[in-house]
Design a protein around this ligand. Structure first.
Ligand SMILES: O=C(O)[C@H]1O[C@H](OP(=O)(O)OP(=O)(O)OC[C@H]2O[C@@H](n3ccc(=O)[nH]c3=O)[C@H](O)[C@@H]2O)[C@H](O)[C@@H](O)[C@H]1O
Length: 340
């Protein structure tokens, strides 16, 4: 059961962020520097298959600039090139910087790609997570917030289903299955080392610096540049898109409110959006029609995914999403225009 301890900065003196130059990780690290003024150790492998390595370098530069801007308040960043499967490097890093907490968002992503590369997902997401948590535990770190995903639930026949934290896990691709394993490791190591480990489960997030394989970014870049959109299926697949700043606030809130032992929270938007609705939304925000290339649905792609029930995080930490899809797509488009 979740019992929040009082808000504390005891654990947030030095936060190790895994995947810190990826999409979600870079936003969390940037917010920790800008708003919490802490020391961030940005740990990342830098050469993931599912993002552009140039963009990772740019994200690292953003973290350095932000740390410089808030240095007088105590913010600092140390960029470390490292793999979460490398226990020696992890232990060396944790000791060197005197890490007090970890936000673990690093790992392999992309549901569809995982179907053709299952071994990478199992190795990084399950073995890597176990290696990281074991290293943290051995070094006496007591506070971890770890990313989970709606992909652990797979899909549901009825889109009206509300998925609570205890909903049945029915992954439909190796990515989702590997994250069920990573979630289980979180519980296991919270028990073994008496660490406070909170899972924050993300239901499809998007925003500036978003991943190139995900549809919100594809829509914006391809419509602007007159490139066709590969639309999988009829466009009736649903997602509850949640804007990145809402996800970041869930992670920061969980970090500042340590659980006693293990906790997990579903986070997400209240309304689901079909692929056709998201395409229409992008067209409205950009003011231009998309060119559609109709494609079959790839294996492992979820259709109706239900809704997250986020009552638990709302009731215990007071977290709620604030940014609707149209506003979020507008902000993402504006950022793209300003930076391209
Ligand atoms: O929440 C997560 O944990 C996961 O979110 C994301 O998965 P999904 O929710 O499936 O988002 P996304 O890929 O944008 O596809 C959305 C819709 O667009 C359709 N889609 C997608 C791409 C494309 O080129 N064409 C297309 O029609 C597609 O058919 C689908 O209907 C991450 O990929 C995953 O790594 C993980 O982070």
């Amino acid at each position: 059961m979740y019992i929040a301890k009082p808000q504390t900065d005891e654990y947030t003196k030095c936060v190790l962020v895994t995947g810190a130059v990826g999409f979600v990780g870079s936003h969390i690290a940037e917010t920790l520097l800008r708003e919490e003024h802490v020391k961030v150790v940005a740990y990342d492998i830098f050469n993931s298959e599912t993002t552009v390595s140039e963009e990772k370098k740019e994200n690292a530069a953003i973290l350095k600039e932000t740390a410089n801007m808030y240095a007088s308040y105590g913010a600092s960043v140390h960029i470390v090139h490292g793999d979460i499967r490398d226990k020696e490097k992890l232990i060396e890093t944790i000791k060197k910087y005197d890490v007090t907490a970890c936000v673990h968002v690093g790992g392999m992503v992309d549901d569809r790609r995982s179907v053709t590369h299952p071994e990478e997902y199992i190795d990084v997401n399950i073995r890597g997570t176990a290696t990281l948590l074991d290293a943290l535990g051995q070094c006496g770190v007591k506070m971890v917030v770890q990313a989970s995903t709606r992909s652990v639930f797979g899909q549901r026949a009825n889109n009206d289903t509300y998925l609570t934290e205890t909903a049945e896990r029915r992954p439909i691709n190796p990515y989702g299955a590997s994250k069920v394993g990573a979630d289980a490791m979180a519980h296991c190591y919270s028990h073994l080392y008496k660490m406070n480990v909170t899972l924050v489960r993300i239901f499809a997030t998007y925003g500036p610096r978003g991943r190139p394989d995900m549809i919100p970014r594809i829509l914006i870049e391809n419509i602007v540049n007159d490139k066709p959109i590969r639309k999988f299926g009829e466009g009736t697949a649903t997602r509850t898109w949640i804007y990145i700043s809402d996800i970041v606030s869930a992670f920061v809130c969980a970090l500042k409110n340590p659980c006693n032992g293990f906790a997990e929270f579903n986070t997400g938007a209240p309304n689901s959006t079909t692929l056709n609705e998201l395409i229409a939304c992008a067209e409205k925000v950009i003011g231009k029609k998309a060119t559609i290339d109709h494609c079959p649905v790839p294996p492992g792609d979820a259709h109706t995914v239900g809704h997250p029930c986020y009552d638990l995080i709302k009731d215990t930490l007071g977290w709620e999403p604030k940014v609707g899809v149209e506003e979020g797509m507008r902000r993402t488009y504006n950022h793209y225009i300003q930076h391209s």
